[in-house]
Design a protein around this ligand. Sequence first.
Ligand code: 5AD
Ligand code: SF4
Length: 447
Amino acid sequence: MNVYDSEAMARVLAAQGYELTPHKKDADCLLLNTCAIRAKAEQKVFSYLGRLVGLKANNPDLIIGVGGCVAQQEAHRLLERVPYVDFVFGPHAINQLPEIVSRAERGGKRVVVTDFTDTFQEITQPLLDRKPQEESGITAFVTIMAGCDNYCTYCVVPHVRGREMSRDSKAILHEVENLAAKGMKEITLLGQNVNSYGNKEGFGSFADLLKQIHGIPGVQRIRFTTSHPKDLSPELIQAFATLPKLCKHIHLPVQSGSNRILKKMNRGYTREDYLEKVRALRAACPEIRLTTDIIAGFPSETEEDFQDTMDLIREADYDSLFAFMYSDRPLAPAAKFPGKLSETVKHQRLARVLEVSEEITRAKHYALVGTVQRVLVEGRSQQNPQQWRGRTTGHVTVNFLAPACGDLVGKQVDVMIENGYSNSLLGALKGEDDQCPQPPTEESHAA
Ligand code: 5AD
Ligand code: SF4
């Protein structure tokens, strides 16, 4: 989501003559887009800002602005704490950046802009030719909603991103059409809870939106994140069976396997409800890859509650998971809950989840050895430039060799999987003669 928002910032400032630069020493204006989801993300913002002190000292005209969720949360405190920050702007203030930056250019008063708007803030400036964060130019993010109304008790999001607001489907379709015209093959739809898309505004359901995007020529793959389990509809589950371009992967954060803790988290489902949805997903689409988020050490979590989580991880048969130690967020109600666990216990529980998680992922990846996977190629492998890198429909990274091939970026190819690791698969292009674009000849180079 922040990748998308950072690009939105670049778009609105491009209209004012600003261009992206890869080196911060060349910048006239530095914008930090920040995350407040856990304490660690927030600490990173302040240590990064600390490292900018020399840059500002060398170039007093440099403008430094802090945006995103930490900006929203800290507001004036941020200006007080970091004297060389020129302005602070929340997630709803992106469209106001031209005014805010102009004011800073004129040496105006330091400002904090953190008001919430009532409707989704459309970015009307054109898409950039070069997408800043997506070097492959093959996959793109598209935000379809902002904010969240779920108020999970541990979570800062509703407090810093505001109430849930869906984006008009016409604007979404228009953006996807433009991205497809620029050669993007894979679109990832973003929202805190995409399953409740359009509910308030009456824009039609998320499943309807998926069907419309499915019809756009040039779009080869569609992904989305994140799905709240309580709102996962039978219609959306069926979409995995009926829409071939919809990737066979769902990230369905469970957070805990204990009904007592789920209630305290205000998640709105029980472990039984959750597992029922997992069964329905697998019945509709047996090859679906299932991933989740787990919070270890929520206030008052007992060893028994934690065991329920460990059992659920096995029962749901996840392909992979992300796990986090519970972290107090000052604006979230759980910060005041009794029964806080020690850092040691939280660490130990996190380590136990991560150990199972690694074991599961490695086993799942290893089970794919000997199969053929359809891979959308994104570029060269980071570790070994001889290899190509892409992803399966399930969102697993595959590195593979295709020595006699020309450029494969943006192509979907069949890869024979030869080995599985905890983060990726290794393979070789299957039937190179049939799938390979011809390498460029000397003549075509000259032309
Ligand atoms: N502490 C730990 N993890 C958190 N998450 C959200 N808030 C917190 C918190 N206060 C995790 C959840 C969520 C993911 C994006 O971050 O697991 O799904
Ligand atoms: Fe946070 Fe819960 Fe909303 Fe997700 S659904 S953003 S965890 S409040």
